[in-house]
Write a protein that binds this ligand. Structure first.
Ligand code: E4P
Length: 217
């Protein structure tokens, strides 16, 4: 499973990138707002840092507007994936931009039917939002499993990009289901390394080692 980082904070991306943990980046209008940066400027910096796809989201609500914005965003770098919402206008824009040879990420997906439409429209990525479904007491992970089954039934090549990830548990569950990609905030990716027994075990090893009086270097 590929790891995308869900943020527009360049320092956080750089830190994880040095560990080889970044296969791509996703941004959205809220993340750009939180960064306080200009969309084109910060997106260019991210694209220069990361080799994989960097999703930049359009904000027009009509297809023509999305297509024009998508073409403009694609000028930032070769590795831009244009993000459009899962509306009929977004699907039309997806179809046009895909036929131009561009990567398209169809976002705000909350149902298997929506994911089926995105695949038919030729999306490179479909972004089902797990956390926002969980917030409504629905099973976000079930949606990932449903989409995996449907795409595998017909050999759709659209990549399942599990989004709106809120916990380290979401990451391993997405990997078990077979999501192609999971995009998570830097804090969630860091938490994946945590385990209380690791901390406890390391503490015991350090105490025992200190009592031997030895050094390795
Ligand atoms: C990424 O592509 C999505 O925009 C993001 O994961 C949404 O996450 P949120 O539901 O935590 O805002």
């Amino acid at each position: 499973m590929k790891f995308f980082v869900d943020t527009a904070e360049v320092d956080a991306i750089a830190e994880l990138n040095e560990l080889g943990m970044v296969d791509g980046v996703t941004t959205n209008p809220s993340l750009i707002m939180k960064s306080g940066r200009d969309i084109k400027e910060v997106t260019k910096e991210i694209c220069d840092l990361v080799d994989g796809p960097v999703s930049a989201e359009t904000v027009a609500l009509d297809a023509e507007g999305m297509i024009a914005e998508g073409r403009e965003l694609a000028k930032i770098a070769e590795n831009i994936a244009i993000k459009v919402p899962l509306t009929w206008a977004g699907l039309k824009a997806c179809n046009v931009l895909t036929n131009e040879g561009r990567m398209v990420n169809v976002t705000l997906c909350f149902s298997a039917n929506q994911a089926l439409l995105a695949a038919k429209a030729g999306a490179t990525f479909i972004s089902p939002f797990i956390g926002r479904l969980d917030d409504l007491n629905l099973e976000g992970l079930d949606l990932i499993a449903d989409i995996r089954e449907i795409y595998d039934n017909y050999g759709f090549e659209t990549n399942i990009l599990a989004a709106s990830i809120r916990s380290a548990n979401h990451m391993s569950e997405c990997a078990k289901i077979g999501a192609d990609v999971a995009t998570a905030p830097p804090g969630v990716i860091k938490k994946m390394a945590d385990h209380v027994l690791t901390d406890k075990g390391l503490d015991a090893f350090m105490k025992d080692w200190a009592s031997t009086g030895q050094t390795i270097l």
